[in-house]
Design a protein. Structure first.
Length: 411
């Protein structure tokens, strides 16, 4: 991997001396980042999304003003502690802010500088990854999600994501078609996912219900292929009284295939899942807060599906609320994780590092249940929630989410 760098240098300085003074800084950063700095020319600036702007010396402000439009936002400015680099960077940053542009100076000790460059690399890559993807909204949000409707135009402007409305009746028709073709299920059992499918069938569970769950999966796959969807959310409770099954298995498999999928038609939760996955590459567990303990700063999160790749172990059970279909009781490895939720207005969000303390099973909650301790106060969820569903991924990524969201919120 390499990091594109555009060097700003003033002819007022001795270039050889400046380069010599920066050699150790560059070498140390490359070692910490495990990547190489690649110098780019002015003609190449537009070929890269937010290349690193390295202010080698002072006296470059006027020249930068002439060329700043060649860069894409955000402007990531690296300033050293020699040759008036920081002074020039401050003037450049002030100018960019006056133009209403997103920009930041990275300066300080090597550890901070390296971690910040790494974070910005991930953030810009995530935004590029989300750009232009198609999201399917299969049915409207469930009736109880009264605070989770999003403005499609705002989503398109903020993330360049296209939302495609699809009727639940189209999915039901596709399920009927798949169910009438037994060979499709046979092909699935013997196909590329043979091992995973067989592991599900080997669980002690009603085979007819499993067949029905896989029919839903195959139908959703067909819809994804038809509309070129990279993500979807489904009004899944409508399946209970129509095909007498649930989408839990289907969404678990789709999420493992990087087709980010959310329950209950919750688009703001789906956007939160997309952001977490794009930033971290980790699968995401969508869950309800079920119990909150303000004394211990702990909460229990539960839902009936999760990406199977998140679970060290899993068993099958019925869907909690309906006691029909196929739900999943998965166990997620204890340790550091992140909880995140974007508000439906796209202007507010909540993120915190968490520690997964234990997995549990109580029959009066959704099937996958984790107890976590939150770094931020759990009172945030009681006083200023962003919605019901919370999104969890492994690893502590709250700073990365904050950088990404601050970039989005500035737009």
């Amino acid at each position: 991997m390499s990091i594109p760098v555009y060097n700003l240098f003033s002819p007022l300085y001795d270039k050889k001396l400046v380069n010599r003074s920066l050699e150790m800084l560059i070498k140390d950063l490359e070692e910490r980042l495990e990547e190489t700095f690649i110098e780019i020319s002015q003609d190449e600036i537009g070929h890269y999304h937010s290349p690193l702007i390295f202010v080698n010396s002072g006296g470059v402000e006027g020249y930068f003003k002439e060329i700043y439009r060649l860069f894409h936002e955000p402007y990531i400015i690296l300033a050293s502690d020699t040759n008036n680099s920081l002074a020039a960077s401050l003037e450049i940053l002030t100018f960019l802010k006056q133009q209403g542009l997103k920009a930041e100076i990275i300066h300080g000790d090597l550890s901070y500088v390296a971690s910040r460059i790494n974070a910005w690399q991930k953030v810009t890559a995530a935004k590029k990854r989300l750009n232009g993807i198609n999201v399917g909204a299969i049915g409207k949000p469930s009736d109880w999600l009264i605070a989770s409707n999003v403005d499609y135009d705002k989503v398109r402007k903020a993330f360049a994501i296209n939302i495609i409305d699809l009727k639940i009746t189209e999915l039901l028709a596709e399920i009927k078609k798949v169910s009438a073709s037994p060979t499709l299920l046979t092909e699935l059992k013997n196909g590329a996912q043979k091992g995973k499918i067989q592991s599900l069938y080997q669980k002690t569970f009603d085979q007819e219900s499993l067949d029905g769950a896989f029919h839903i999966y195959l139908a959703l796959k067909n819809i994804c292929n038809k509309y070129k969807l990279q993500a979807l959310t489904i009004r899944c409770f409508d399946l209970l009284n129509t095909v007498y099954n649930t989408g839990c298995i289907a969404l678990a498999l789709l999420n493992d295939e990087k087709i980010i999928s959310a329950c209950e038609g919750d688009l703001s939760a789906l956007l939160s899942m997309l952001i977490l996955n794009a930033l971290t590459g980790e699968p995401v567990f969508m869950a309800n807060p079920s119990r909150i303990d303000t004394k211990t700063n702990q909460l229990i999160l539960a839902h009936c599906t999760l990406p199977l790749s998140m679970a060290d172990l899993f068993t099958l059970n019925t869907h909690f609320e309906s006691n029909i279909g196929v739900g999943i009781h998965g166990e997620i490895r204890c340790g550091e994780a992140t909880i995140f939720r974007l508000n439906a207005d796209l202007r507010r969000y909540f993120v915190s590092g968490i520690i997964i303390l234990e997995n549990q099973y109580q029959d009066n909650l959704c099937r996958t249940q984790i107890k976590v301790k939150m770094n931020e106060s759990v009172k945030h969820l009681l006083l200023n929630p962003m919605g019901n569903h919370q999104l969890i991924c492994k690893g502590e990524h709250s700073e990365l989410v904050n950088i990404f969201m601050n970039m989005i919120l500035e737009e």
